[in-house]
Structures are given as C-alpha cells and as structure tokens.
Design a protein around this ligand. Sequence first.
Ligand code: ASP
Length: 355
Amino acid sequence: MIKTLTYFIAIFFIIGCKNEEKSSSEINNASKNPQKTEKNFGIVIHGGAGTILKENMSDSLESAYREKLKEAISAGYKILENGGTSLDAVTHTINIMEDSPLFNSGKGAVFTHEGRNELDASIMDGKTMNAGAIAGVRHIKNPIDLARDVMQNSEHVMLYGEGAEEFAKGLGYKMMDTSYFYTKNRYESLQKVLAKEKVQNEKKVSFEDPFIKNSKFGTVGCAALDKHGNLAAGTSTGGMTNKRWNRIGDAPIIGAGTYANNATCAVSSTGWGEYFIRAVVAYDISALMEYKGMTLQEAASEVIQKKVPALGGDGGIVAIDKDGNVAMEFNTSGMYRATMNSKGELTIGIYKEVD
Ligand code: ASP
C-alpha cells in the first residue's frame, strides 16, 4: 500500500514539473517576442495641407515645423505606449499644436474678415461612436478640450459660439482675452486679402486666391489606435483667412472633418472645408472600407485624389485603421504630417515628395 502511494506521488510530481516547465518556457517566448502578445498601436497627425513649397520655406521655419510635429506626436505616442487611451493621445497631441503659433488652431488661428479669431474643433471616439464638437468660440485656449467635454459631459454633439462658451464657463474653463490668439503673420495675411478686396471694389477674394492658399491653412488633427484596440480622431482649426458671416468649415462637422469607428478607421481632415463637407470626406473613407471592403489606403486615395478634386476642392487627411495601418493622403503641394508606429518608428513629412 505504502509502495503504491509513493508511486502515485512520484507520478504527480513528474507531471507537475512538466507543466511548470511548459508554462515558464511560454513566458520566456512571450518576453522574447513582446510584439506577439501586445496589440498593435499607432498615431498619425497633420498640421494642415495647402500650397507648401520648399522654395518658399526658410530652413529655420522648416526645422521649427519638424521639431513641433515631433514633439506633438512623441507626446501622444508616449500615452499610447504606456497603455493610455487613443482619446487621451489625440487630445494631448492636439493641445501641443494648438499652443504653437505655427499652426492655424488655438494660438496662431487665422483671422476672419472682421479681424477676429473664431475657433472650431471636433473629436470622436471609435469605441462608443460618441462625438463632440464646438464652433465659433473666441475665448477658449484649447478648443479640442471643449469638444471633448461636449462629448463626455453634455447630451449634445455640437455647441456653437456664446452658448459653447457658457457651457465651458460652467465647467470652470478660463476665458482667454482675444489678444492671446493674435499672431503678426496671420494678421498680415488678412490685411493682404482686405487690400486686394479694396482694389477689386470690395469684391470678395475667393478662397482659391493665392493670398489665401499661401497662408498655408494650418489646421491640426490627429488619429490614433491604442493598445486596447480603440480608435479616436480629432481636429482643431481657426478655419480659413477672411471667413465671414460666422462661416463654419468641415473641422467641427462629424463625418466631414473628423470620424472614428472601431470597425474601420479614424480620420482627421484638412483643406477647403466647403468641399470636405459636401464630400463627407472622413465618413466616406470609413464607408468605403465598411461597405466596399477597400483598404484604408485605397479608400483615402479614392476620396482625396478623385472625389474631392472632382468637385473642385483640395486638401488632405491623416487616418489609421483598426490594425494600425496609416494613410497620409493629400492633393495639395504639401501637408505637414507625422506618424509613429508601435515600434516607435517616426516619419515626418512636409512636401509632396517623401522627405
Ligand atoms: N478645413 C478647414 C476649414 O475649412 C481649413 C483647413 O483645414 O485648412 O475651416
């Protein structure tokens, strides 16, 4: 009896050791190949599309853009790398660009015909497909934060003007003096357009005019996929120089300027907003993936290289899909852009050619 018992105990001991061996070798394999056990993630940003030519750009301005794009995307990347959400990465990355006078969003926003700054922004969560947007605000330092608060702390999707600012005050936002948004460059761009309108006997200068196109747009946007498989996108802008009558572009319009759906992709647009609204650019890219089975790159080229130019518009998008594939598509001479993948590889571009 004792012999039989000893025999069984020995057998259980051997089986136990084998199982332990197996699980520790699995752990070893996993730590050698962290990519295999960890979900793909990534981030992509733009700082506006337009007539951006190397011959018009000084070396120092170009490196200032590159530095700021790198700073912004690295901050968002860090959030994702540490397991943070795509919504946090998008918001924080956009905040950095909103605070920089280089871009047409937050500080550095373009001027309206009346010499004001009116800011628009939107954000969308691909997991819940909830969204928030604000338009025409004049005292909010970081419009993307307020768009996010509309999404998370109101029953609405879009708030406009004074009402949006009342909502912000209720949440404790500081109201900025309008002088905060002033930059000499942007103010001079408006003065050039106004001078031209005078020469033309007050005839409105078209958004197609080189004065406006050369002010290089400068809207900012971001799309991200986090380690939890959730997509998000956001866009923030001052709109277009010399806009009038409380004109609102595509940036705060969900489906045109911003869209995110965990089943497909997250997209942020930049360009001539009237056309991006009519082509429902961001949603169209997602829909082509969802209903036609296109890849992100195919869908982005279809919309940006065919649909938008067929209407007469120009601009671009950045987007990331649910597997971490990225598209940075534009039909203008340049688009400030950058992307980082889950390996931490960084790509920065400004002009058409890969640089
Ligand atoms: N899409 C923006 C607007 O139309 C401008 C831009 O992206 O450059 O307001």
